[in-house]
Design a protein around this ligand. Structure first.
Ligand code: KIV
Length: 271
């Protein structure tokens, strides 16, 4: 548990300083009040309200159906549980791609209605002007390159990215373009560890890896993946810290059998 003196709010400045200090940045996703509260108490630096909410909360196959209103709804719940961590909110598919002004308006809505600390945008060089507009107007931006799930139909699957020379070079350019546009950090997803290291060494802003190996400035995982809540999703980059789906299944089954057997509620559990 954090003591009060440790509860100084994490800011973009702090996140950038952590890279220089070689202090690893810790990040997890959260979509609700209770999980966010636990992340915060455990000392997680960044809580991402990810559009992975579409997969792990809403049950969609991709993140594409997630709306801006849904992101705002989840972030308001997360916000209630957080005192220290920086909250970053994913801008969902089609909330920033059409034009810079729309991206600005939508990012502004997120900041105004949720009091989050930053937004996240998938893409590099292609969205550099959008990132520049947002940051110039006081909206911190986290970039996201590599396997960007909103581009899943273009990629045609969830295979690692940046494995050929051309794509690796583009990813290096993307990271530089994001830094030059004012992004305060970059998520790099599912690329070779060697390339992630090269990207990390080529920019002054922190890189936060998911499936990017250890030579990055921080790590992020989807919270339900690391809690072992999703049995059928088992990529190499996820370390399961719990097997929650087993425990929950057992608890639910026991509840059913206790009721059927007349064991629940007991006299002690009655008035
Ligand atoms: O939406 C999400 O959870 C993400 C992480 C995988 C980085 O973007």
């Amino acid at each position: 548990m954090n003591t009060t003196s440790e509860l100084k709010k994490v800011t973009t400045r702090r996140i950038i300083e952590m890279k220089a200090a070689k202090d690893k940045i810790t990040a997890l996703t959260a979509y609700d009040y209770l999980i966010a509260r636990l992340c915060d108490r455990a000392g997680i630096d960044i809580i991402l309200v990810g559009d992975s909410v579409g997969n792990v909360f809403q049950g969609h196959d991709t993140t594409l159906p997630v709306t801006l209103d849904e992101m705002i709804y989840h972030t308001k719940a997360v916000q209630k549980g957080v005192k220290r961590a920086m909250i970053v909110v994913d801008m969902p598919f089609m909330s920033y791609q059409t034009n810079i002004d729309e991206a600005f308006r939508n990012a502004g809505r997120i900041m105004k209605e949720t009091e989050a600390g930053a937004v996240k945008i998938e893409g590099g060089e292609l969205f550099a002007k959008t990132v520049a507009k947002l940051t110039a107007n006081g909206i911190p931006v986290m970039g996201h390159i590599g396997l960007t799930p909103q581009a899943i139909h273009r990629f045609g699957g969830y295979q690692p990215r940046g494995k050929d020379k051309e794509e690796a070079e583009q990813l290096l350019k993307d990271a530089k373009a994001l830094e030059d546009a004012g992004a305060f950090s970059i998520v790099i997803e599912k690329i070779p560890a060697k390339l992630a290291k090269q990207i990390t060494e080529s920019v002054n802003i922190p890189t936060i890896g998911i499936g990017g190996g250890k030579y990055v400035d921080g790590q992020i995982l989807v919270v339900y993946d690391m809690l072992g809540l999703i049995e059928e999703f088992n990529p190499r980059f996820v370390r399961r810290y719990l097997n929650l789906s087993d425990d929950i299944y057992k608890a639910f089954s026991k509840y059913v059998s206790d009721i059927k057997a007349g064991d629940f509620p007991s006299d002690k559990e009655s008035y």
